[in-house]
Every structure is written in structure tokens, then in C-alpha cells.
Design a binder for this molecule. Structure first.
Ligand code: GLP
Length: 269
């Protein structure tokens, strides 16, 4: 019995966050591993969505792609007890000129990892291959703006981007809610490393992104940034100045935002 209790205590300890602190208005939590981080964020989001549905009967959420989201989304969906039929989803970004079936398409990612597995009210997609890209940005802006966004889940780019707001195009005062942007080379290289494309030449040069002010209008913002490859940018995000050179620094001005790190991404703090 004592041995069982001992292992239970070890397990509980592993599930606990290592530390939490704030940087300006941003809450930061550090977990012992990427899996424990994903498990904890999934529970936070489950509780939040359930309380939203109890209070308002519906919710609108904005989701990110990337490897940081996969385990979190998987656990969240597996937890159950969320009435997805009252939830409308949006996503943050999509490459220009890519079809919904392209292996790197963010619509495909969302369809396979989210939409196909639950019974949503609706998933609104950015049609990356629309014939009129500017009309597409306009259409998506109107959908996003029509009612508040209750929750925005984010990943953190290796160059500090949120969505596809790279340092070269990020604007804290953007008047657009969705825009077409040119991707920088660090970002395009990240897409190759993540296995989305065989080489940088194949990565589209342009993409649609929800802008920073639109992201910041969400009622709650959750940014997941595990892994050693994020350690440098996490340090810059939390210890550098607030500037579009590291677009994610805008989260330090958002009291509704939380950043979730693992021990590896927090290793340079
Ligand atoms: C891509 C997406 C972003 C995402 C980022 C983070 O570049 N455009 O929306 O947040 O990757 O990637 P990862 O989660 O793999 O670290």
C-alpha cells in the first residue's frame, strides 16, 4: 500500500507546475514536460469552455496549428464533457494558394485533428486558394468580428511570431483583422523543419493571418510554447523590450493571456 501511495505522490508531483509568475500583465506557468503542459492546458480549457457554455449557451474559439497544439487538442477532445455542438471554431492562418487537401494545409490539419472528431456547430475556414484573396480576408474578418471571440489558443513561432505575424509584418496597431502577409525566411525554414514542406522553395511566400489586435481582442488567450527550440525566443519574449521585432511580446500587455512553458523552453530564463 505504501509503495502505491509513494508512486501516486510521484505522479501527482509530476502533474504539478514547477512555477508560475507574471511578466508585466502576462501570466506564465512552467511545467516539467510538454506532455504535462498539454494535459494541464487541456483541463484549463475544458473548465473554461464548460463555464462559458453554462453562462452563454455558446462559444467562439480561435485555434492555432503547429506541433505545440497537437497533444493539447488531442487530450482536450479526449476529456469529453464539452458540448461541441454549441461551439464555433476559427483558425489563425493559412498559406496563400494552397488547397484544403494539401498535406501542409492548416485547413487539413484542423479538419483531421479537430473537426472530424467532434460535432461542432461550425468550423469557419480561411480558403487559402480563393480566387480573390482580398475578398477572402474581408469575408473572414467579418465572420470573426460579428461576435466576440471567447478563447484564442496560440503557438509561438521561432522568430516570435503569433499566427503568421512575423517581425517584418507585425503591427500592434493593425487596422486589419485578417491580412495577407509575406513570410520571412526563419518562418519558412520552421515550416520545413516541422515536415510541412520538403524544402524552403516549396513553402509559399505569402499567407493569410489573423492580426495581432484581433488576437488580443479575445476574452482569454492561451499560448503553448514547449521545447528547447523555443528557449531563445521565450527569453526574448519575456525579458526583451515590447516590440514588433518579437511580435509575441504584445502578450505582456494582455492580462487575459497566459503563457505555458515546459522546463526546456524556460531553460534560459
Ligand atoms: C506555424 C503557425 C502558427 C503556429 C506556429 C507555432 O508557423 N503558422 O500559427 O503558432 O507554427 O509552431 P509550433 O506549435 O510547431 O511551435
Amino acid at each position: 500500500m505504501w509503495i502505491g501511495l509513494y508512486f501516486l505522490l510521484i505522479r501527482l508531483d509530476m502533474l504539478t507546475k514547477i512555477k508560475s509568475f507574471t511578466v508585466d500583465s502576462l501570466s506564465v506557468e512552467v511545467y516539467p514536460s510538454a506532455s504535462v503542459l498539454a494535459e494541464n492546458v487541456a483541463k484549463v480549457v475544458q473548465v473554461y469552455l464548460r463555464s462559458l457554455l453554462e453562462r452563454h449557451g455558446k462559444a467562439r474559439i480561435l485555434l492555432a496549428t503547429g506541433s505545440s497544439q497537437i497533444e493539447f487538442l488531442n487530450i482536450l477532445i479526449g476529456l469529453g464533457e464539452i458540448d461541441w455542438s454549441k461551439i464555433t471554431c476559427f483558425h489563425l492562418d493559412e498559406y496563400l494558394g494552397i488547397s484544403a487537401d494539401h498535406p501542409a494545409s492548416f485547413r487539413r490539419y484542423m479538419r483531421e485533428k479537430v473537426e472530424r472528431r467532434i460535432n461542432l456547430e461550425k468550423f469557419h475556414y480561411i480558403e487559402g486558394d480563393a480566387e480573390e484573396p482580398f475578398q477572402q480576408s474581408d469575408r473572414y474578418s467579418k465572420l470573426l468580428k460579428s461576435q466576440p471571440i471567447d478563447l484564442c489558443c496560440l503557438g509561438l513561432g521561432e522568430n516570435g511570431h503569433l499566427g503568421f505575424n512575423d517581425p517584418s509584418v507585425a503591427n500592434f496597431e493593425d487596422t486589419y483583422d485578417v491580412k495577407l502577409v509575406k513570410l520571412d525566411d526563419i518562418n519558412r525554414q520552421q515550416q520545413v523543419k516541422q515536415g510541412n514542406f520538403p524544402d524552403i522553395e516549396k513553402v509559399p511566400q505569402y499567407a493569410f493571418t489573423v492580426t495581432l489586435p484581433m488576437i488580443c481582442r479575445a476574452e482569454k488567450i492561451i499560448c503553448l510554447a514547449p521545447e528547447t527550440r523555443k528557449a531563445k525566443v521565450v527569453k526574448q519574449m519575456l525579458q526583451g523590450e515590447i516590440t514588433t521585432k518579437c511580435p509575441a511580446t504584445i502578450l505582456r500587455k494582455q492580462p487575459q493571456a497566459s503563457l505555458f512553458l515546459d522546463i526546456d523552453s524556460a531553460s534560459l530564463l
